[in-house]
Design a protein around this ligand. Structure first.
Ligand SMILES: NC(=O)C1=CN([C@@H]2O[C@H](COP(=O)(O)OP(=O)(O)OC[C@H]3O[C@@H](n4cnc5c(N)ncnc54)[C@H](OP(=O)(O)O)[C@@H]3O)[C@@H](O)[C@H]2O)C=CC1
Ligand SMILES: CC(C)(CO)C(=O)C(=O)O
Length: 291
Protein backbone atom coordinates (compact mmCIF):
# COMPACT_ATOMS: atom_id res chain seq x y z
CA UNK A 1 0.00 0.00 0.00
CA UNK A 2 1.36 3.34 -1.08
CA UNK A 3 0.25 6.56 0.65
CA UNK A 4 0.86 10.21 -0.28
CA UNK A 5 0.49 12.86 2.43
CA UNK A 6 -0.09 16.29 0.89
CA UNK A 7 0.88 19.15 3.20
CA UNK A 8 3.71 18.57 5.67
CA UNK A 9 2.43 20.86 8.42
CA UNK A 10 1.44 19.96 11.98
CA UNK A 11 -1.19 17.36 10.99
CA UNK A 12 0.51 16.08 7.80
CA UNK A 13 3.85 15.44 9.53
CA UNK A 14 2.07 13.73 12.43
CA UNK A 15 0.12 11.41 10.13
CA UNK A 16 3.10 10.70 7.84
CA UNK A 17 5.34 9.96 10.84
CA UNK A 18 2.90 7.42 12.29
CA UNK A 19 2.15 5.69 8.99
CA UNK A 20 5.86 5.40 8.12
CA UNK A 21 6.64 4.16 11.67
CA UNK A 22 4.31 1.16 11.23
CA UNK A 23 6.09 0.27 7.99
CA UNK A 24 3.81 1.74 5.32
CA UNK A 25 5.19 3.23 2.12
CA UNK A 26 4.65 7.00 2.66
CA UNK A 27 5.60 9.96 0.44
CA UNK A 28 5.26 13.59 1.53
CA UNK A 29 4.28 16.51 -0.72
CA UNK A 30 5.11 20.14 0.17
CA UNK A 31 4.72 23.65 -1.20
CA UNK A 32 8.20 25.07 -0.49
CA UNK A 33 11.54 23.76 -1.77
CA UNK A 34 13.22 24.91 1.47
CA UNK A 35 10.96 22.60 3.50
CA UNK A 36 11.46 19.73 1.03
CA UNK A 37 15.25 19.95 1.46
CA UNK A 38 15.06 20.15 5.27
CA UNK A 39 12.66 17.21 5.54
CA UNK A 40 14.78 15.05 3.22
CA UNK A 41 17.87 15.88 5.28
CA UNK A 42 16.47 15.75 8.83
CA UNK A 43 13.36 13.58 8.56
CA UNK A 44 10.16 14.31 10.53
CA UNK A 45 10.88 14.75 14.22
CA UNK A 46 8.09 13.79 16.66
CA UNK A 47 8.94 13.51 20.37
CA UNK A 48 12.65 13.24 19.51
CA UNK A 49 12.12 10.32 17.06
CA UNK A 50 13.13 11.08 13.46
CA UNK A 51 11.59 9.26 10.51
CA UNK A 52 12.76 9.79 6.94
CA UNK A 53 10.34 9.63 4.01
CA UNK A 54 10.75 10.76 0.39
CA UNK A 55 9.44 14.32 -0.09
CA UNK A 56 8.42 16.05 -3.35
CA UNK A 57 6.79 19.26 -4.49
CA UNK A 58 2.98 19.11 -4.86
CA UNK A 59 3.54 19.98 -8.53
CA UNK A 60 4.96 16.44 -8.93
CA UNK A 61 1.72 14.85 -7.65
CA UNK A 62 0.69 11.88 -9.77
CA UNK A 63 -1.63 8.89 -9.69
CA UNK A 64 1.12 6.52 -8.52
CA UNK A 65 -0.26 6.39 -4.95
CA UNK A 66 -3.17 4.26 -3.74
CA UNK A 67 -4.23 6.83 -1.14
CA UNK A 68 -3.73 10.62 -1.05
CA UNK A 69 -4.23 12.15 2.40
CA UNK A 70 -4.90 15.89 2.19
CA UNK A 71 -3.50 17.60 5.29
CA UNK A 72 -3.18 21.16 4.02
CA UNK A 73 -5.34 23.99 5.27
CA UNK A 74 -8.59 24.33 3.28
CA UNK A 75 -7.16 27.56 1.82
CA UNK A 76 -4.83 25.39 -0.36
CA UNK A 77 -7.59 23.31 -1.96
CA UNK A 78 -8.12 25.64 -4.90
CA UNK A 79 -4.45 25.22 -5.89
CA UNK A 80 -4.61 21.46 -5.42
CA UNK A 81 -7.89 20.64 -7.24
CA UNK A 82 -6.34 20.61 -10.74
CA UNK A 83 -3.94 17.87 -9.49
CA UNK A 84 -6.75 15.90 -7.83
CA UNK A 85 -8.73 16.00 -11.08
CA UNK A 86 -5.88 14.11 -12.78
CA UNK A 87 -6.17 11.17 -10.35
CA UNK A 88 -7.98 8.16 -11.78
CA UNK A 89 -10.92 6.18 -10.38
CA UNK A 90 -8.65 3.62 -8.68
CA UNK A 91 -7.08 6.20 -6.33
CA UNK A 92 -8.51 7.51 -3.09
CA UNK A 93 -8.48 11.05 -1.71
CA UNK A 94 -8.69 11.27 2.07
CA UNK A 95 -9.56 14.78 3.29
CA UNK A 96 -8.69 15.32 6.97
CA UNK A 97 -9.16 19.09 7.11
CA UNK A 98 -11.37 21.02 9.51
CA UNK A 99 -14.63 22.50 8.21
CA UNK A 100 -17.50 21.05 6.18
CA UNK A 101 -16.69 19.16 2.98
CA UNK A 102 -18.07 20.77 -0.15
CA UNK A 103 -19.77 17.79 -1.83
CA UNK A 104 -20.45 19.89 -4.94
CA UNK A 105 -16.72 20.40 -5.51
CA UNK A 106 -16.00 16.68 -5.12
CA UNK A 107 -18.44 15.73 -7.91
CA UNK A 108 -15.84 16.77 -10.51
CA UNK A 109 -13.28 14.28 -9.22
CA UNK A 110 -12.81 10.75 -10.55
CA UNK A 111 -10.93 9.53 -7.48
CA UNK A 112 -12.99 8.13 -4.62
CA UNK A 113 -13.27 10.34 -1.56
CA UNK A 114 -13.01 9.56 2.16
CA UNK A 115 -13.70 12.20 4.81
CA UNK A 116 -11.73 12.42 8.04
CA UNK A 117 -12.27 14.17 11.36
CA UNK A 118 -8.98 14.69 13.20
CA UNK A 119 -9.12 15.86 16.80
CA UNK A 120 -5.58 15.52 18.14
CA UNK A 121 -3.87 18.79 19.04
CA UNK A 122 -0.57 19.13 17.15
CA UNK A 123 1.89 22.02 17.23
CA UNK A 124 4.52 22.49 14.57
CA UNK A 125 8.01 23.98 15.03
CA UNK A 126 9.69 25.07 11.81
CA UNK A 127 9.87 22.77 8.80
CA UNK A 128 10.46 19.39 10.39
CA UNK A 129 9.41 19.22 14.06
CA UNK A 130 6.04 18.60 15.68
CA UNK A 131 4.72 17.91 19.16
CA UNK A 132 1.48 16.24 20.14
CA UNK A 133 -0.25 18.58 22.61
CA UNK A 134 -3.42 16.59 23.06
CA UNK A 135 -4.33 13.02 22.14
CA UNK A 136 -7.45 12.37 20.11
CA UNK A 137 -8.38 10.13 17.21
CA UNK A 138 -8.88 10.12 13.47
CA UNK A 139 -12.40 9.14 12.39
CA UNK A 140 -12.90 8.17 8.75
CA UNK A 141 -16.02 7.70 6.68
CA UNK A 142 -17.49 8.31 3.25
CA UNK A 143 -20.26 10.49 1.88
CA UNK A 144 -22.09 7.53 0.30
CA UNK A 145 -22.68 3.94 1.48
CA UNK A 146 -20.89 2.41 -1.52
CA UNK A 147 -17.42 3.35 -0.18
CA UNK A 148 -17.95 1.96 3.34
CA UNK A 149 -16.12 -1.34 2.77
CA UNK A 150 -13.13 0.54 1.27
CA UNK A 151 -13.01 2.96 4.24
CA UNK A 152 -13.12 0.03 6.67
CA UNK A 153 -10.27 -1.70 4.82
CA UNK A 154 -8.13 1.46 4.96
CA UNK A 155 -8.91 1.97 8.67
CA UNK A 156 -7.76 -1.60 9.45
CA UNK A 157 -4.52 -1.03 7.55
CA UNK A 158 -3.52 2.21 9.30
CA UNK A 159 -4.99 1.91 12.82
CA UNK A 160 -2.35 1.68 15.55
CA UNK A 161 -2.42 2.16 19.37
CA UNK A 162 -0.29 5.33 19.00
CA UNK A 163 -2.42 6.59 16.10
CA UNK A 164 -5.99 5.36 16.66
CA UNK A 165 -8.20 5.40 13.57
CA UNK A 166 -11.92 4.56 13.61
CA UNK A 167 -14.55 3.92 10.96
CA UNK A 168 -17.42 6.40 11.37
CA UNK A 169 -20.71 5.59 9.64
CA UNK A 170 -22.14 9.06 10.14
CA UNK A 171 -19.07 11.09 9.25
CA UNK A 172 -21.06 14.17 8.20
CA UNK A 173 -22.51 14.51 11.72
CA UNK A 174 -19.05 14.10 13.26
CA UNK A 175 -17.75 16.74 10.84
CA UNK A 176 -20.54 19.16 11.83
CA UNK A 177 -19.74 18.61 15.53
CA UNK A 178 -16.03 19.19 14.94
CA UNK A 179 -17.00 22.30 12.98
CA UNK A 180 -18.74 23.69 16.11
CA UNK A 181 -15.62 22.97 18.20
CA UNK A 182 -13.41 24.79 15.67
CA UNK A 183 -15.83 27.72 15.32
CA UNK A 184 -15.49 28.22 19.09
CA UNK A 185 -11.83 27.45 19.88
CA UNK A 186 -10.00 28.57 16.75
CA UNK A 187 -11.12 32.23 16.38
CA UNK A 188 -10.99 32.98 20.12
CA UNK A 189 -7.45 31.60 20.51
CA UNK A 190 -6.40 33.39 17.30
CA UNK A 191 -7.84 36.73 18.41
CA UNK A 192 -6.49 36.55 21.96
CA UNK A 193 -3.26 34.72 21.01
CA UNK A 194 -3.65 32.14 23.72
CA UNK A 195 -3.54 28.36 24.11
CA UNK A 196 -6.81 26.41 23.86
CA UNK A 197 -6.94 25.93 27.65
CA UNK A 198 -7.29 29.69 28.26
CA UNK A 199 -10.96 29.45 27.22
CA UNK A 200 -11.59 27.39 30.37
CA UNK A 201 -9.76 29.82 32.67
CA UNK A 202 -10.92 33.24 31.46
CA UNK A 203 -14.63 33.80 32.37
CA UNK A 204 -15.18 36.36 29.58
CA UNK A 205 -13.65 34.13 26.91
CA UNK A 206 -15.74 31.25 28.26
CA UNK A 207 -18.89 33.37 28.00
CA UNK A 208 -18.07 34.23 24.38
CA UNK A 209 -17.29 30.58 23.67
CA UNK A 210 -20.67 29.54 25.09
CA UNK A 211 -22.46 32.05 22.86
CA UNK A 212 -20.57 30.86 19.76
CA UNK A 213 -21.38 27.24 20.65
CA UNK A 214 -25.07 28.06 21.13
CA UNK A 215 -25.46 29.90 17.81
CA UNK A 216 -23.53 27.24 15.85
CA UNK A 217 -25.53 24.40 17.41
CA UNK A 218 -28.85 26.09 16.66
CA UNK A 219 -27.79 26.68 13.04
CA UNK A 220 -26.51 23.14 12.52
CA UNK A 221 -29.28 21.49 14.56
CA UNK A 222 -26.99 19.93 17.15
CA UNK A 223 -27.95 19.55 20.86
CA UNK A 224 -26.41 22.65 22.50
CA UNK A 225 -25.57 21.46 26.02
CA UNK A 226 -24.09 18.11 24.92
CA UNK A 227 -21.93 19.93 22.36
CA UNK A 228 -20.83 22.54 24.92
CA UNK A 229 -19.53 19.77 27.20
CA UNK A 230 -17.61 18.23 24.27
CA UNK A 231 -16.12 21.59 23.31
CA UNK A 232 -14.98 22.13 26.91
CA UNK A 233 -13.50 18.61 26.93
CA UNK A 234 -11.45 19.38 23.78
CA UNK A 235 -10.23 22.67 25.37
CA UNK A 236 -9.10 20.59 28.35
CA UNK A 237 -7.48 17.82 26.28
CA UNK A 238 -5.64 20.26 24.01
CA UNK A 239 -5.09 22.90 26.72
CA UNK A 240 -1.42 23.52 25.80
CA UNK A 241 -1.99 23.41 22.03
CA UNK A 242 -1.75 26.41 19.76
CA UNK A 243 -4.85 26.15 17.55
CA UNK A 244 -4.28 25.88 13.81
CA UNK A 245 -5.86 29.35 13.35
CA UNK A 246 -3.54 30.97 15.91
CA UNK A 247 -0.58 29.32 14.14
CA UNK A 248 -1.73 30.92 10.87
CA UNK A 249 -2.19 34.37 12.43
CA UNK A 250 1.25 34.24 14.01
CA UNK A 251 2.92 33.26 10.75
CA UNK A 252 1.08 35.93 8.73
CA UNK A 253 -0.95 33.38 6.72
CA UNK A 254 -4.57 33.51 5.61
CA UNK A 255 -6.69 31.60 8.13
CA UNK A 256 -9.51 29.09 7.58
CA UNK A 257 -12.08 31.58 8.98
CA UNK A 258 -14.09 31.59 5.70
CA UNK A 259 -14.52 27.79 6.00
CA UNK A 260 -15.47 27.85 9.69
CA UNK A 261 -17.36 30.85 11.19
CA UNK A 262 -17.60 32.44 7.71
CA UNK A 263 -19.31 29.28 6.44
CA UNK A 264 -21.98 29.66 9.14
CA UNK A 265 -22.44 33.36 8.31
CA UNK A 266 -22.95 32.52 4.61
CA UNK A 267 -25.26 29.58 5.15
CA UNK A 268 -27.35 30.99 8.01
CA UNK A 269 -27.50 34.74 7.35
CA UNK A 270 -28.97 36.73 10.24
CA UNK A 271 -28.97 33.74 12.61
CA UNK A 272 -25.36 33.74 13.78
CA UNK A 273 -24.56 37.38 14.76
CA UNK A 274 -21.67 36.51 17.10
CA UNK A 275 -20.03 34.43 14.36
CA UNK A 276 -20.47 37.37 12.00
CA UNK A 277 -18.64 39.71 14.38
CA UNK A 278 -15.92 37.17 15.15
CA UNK A 279 -15.36 36.55 11.40
CA UNK A 280 -14.79 40.27 10.82
CA UNK A 281 -12.43 40.48 13.79
CA UNK A 282 -10.31 37.55 12.56
CA UNK A 283 -10.20 38.99 9.04
CA UNK A 284 -9.07 42.36 10.45
CA UNK A 285 -6.38 40.61 12.47
CA UNK A 286 -5.21 38.66 9.38
CA UNK A 287 -4.49 42.00 7.68
CA UNK A 288 -2.70 43.49 10.69
CA UNK A 289 -0.46 40.42 11.04
CA UNK A 290 0.36 40.30 7.33
CA UNK A 291 1.83 43.79 7.38
N1 LIG B 1 -2.91 21.56 14.14
C1 LIG B 1 -3.91 20.97 14.75
O1 LIG B 1 -3.83 20.71 15.97
C2 LIG B 1 -5.14 20.55 14.01
C3 LIG B 1 -5.38 20.94 12.69
N2 LIG B 1 -6.51 20.50 12.04
C4 LIG B 1 -6.79 20.84 10.65
O2 LIG B 1 -5.89 20.12 9.81
C5 LIG B 1 -5.59 20.86 8.62
C6 LIG B 1 -4.09 21.12 8.56
O3 LIG B 1 -3.74 21.93 9.67
P1 LIG B 1 -2.25 22.13 10.19
O4 LIG B 1 -1.46 20.91 9.93
O5 LIG B 1 -2.36 22.64 11.57
O6 LIG B 1 -1.76 23.29 9.24
P2 LIG B 1 -0.25 23.73 8.85
O7 LIG B 1 -0.33 25.12 8.37
O8 LIG B 1 0.66 23.40 9.97
O9 LIG B 1 0.08 22.77 7.65
C7 LIG B 1 -0.43 22.89 6.37
C8 LIG B 1 0.71 22.57 5.42
O10 LIG B 1 0.21 22.54 4.09
C9 LIG B 1 1.22 23.10 3.27
N3 LIG B 1 0.70 23.50 1.97
C10 LIG B 1 0.04 24.64 1.62
N4 LIG B 1 -0.24 24.62 0.30
C11 LIG B 1 0.23 23.44 -0.18
C12 LIG B 1 0.24 22.83 -1.45
N5 LIG B 1 -0.30 23.43 -2.52
N6 LIG B 1 0.82 21.62 -1.59
C13 LIG B 1 1.40 20.99 -0.54
N7 LIG B 1 1.43 21.52 0.71
C14 LIG B 1 0.84 22.72 0.88
C15 LIG B 1 1.75 24.26 4.08
O11 LIG B 1 2.97 24.66 3.55
P3 LIG B 1 3.79 25.95 4.08
O12 LIG B 1 4.47 25.48 5.34
O13 LIG B 1 4.72 26.17 2.97
O14 LIG B 1 2.78 27.03 4.31
C16 LIG B 1 1.83 23.62 5.46
O15 LIG B 1 3.07 22.97 5.65
C17 LIG B 1 -6.41 22.17 8.73
O16 LIG B 1 -7.64 22.02 8.07
C18 LIG B 1 -6.63 22.31 10.25
O17 LIG B 1 -7.77 23.07 10.53
C19 LIG B 1 -7.38 19.63 12.63
C20 LIG B 1 -7.19 19.24 13.92
C21 LIG B 1 -6.07 19.69 14.73
C1 LIG C 1 -8.73 20.30 17.96
C2 LIG C 1 -8.13 21.69 17.69
C3 LIG C 1 -8.97 22.75 18.34
C4 LIG C 1 -6.78 21.61 18.32
O1 LIG C 1 -6.15 22.83 18.50
C5 LIG C 1 -8.10 21.95 16.19
O2 LIG C 1 -8.82 21.29 15.46
C6 LIG C 1 -7.33 23.05 15.55
O3 LIG C 1 -6.42 23.61 16.16
O4 LIG C 1 -7.65 23.33 14.39
Amino acid sequence: MNIAVIGMGAVGMFVAHHLARIGLDVTGYVRREEQRIELEKNGIQLDGERIHIPVYSYTDLSAQHDYHIIATKKTANETLYPYFKKLNASSYLVFIQNGITNAQELRNLQAKVFIGVFDHGITRYGNDKIQQKGAGRLSLGSLGDEQEASVNKFVTQIDDPKFPVFFEKNIQSRQAEKMVINCVINPLTALFECFNGEILKNPYLKQLAKKLNEEACQALNIPTEEMWQRTLAICEKTARNKSSMLADIQSGKRTEIDYLNGYLVNHFPGNVPTHETITLLVKAKEIIHKD
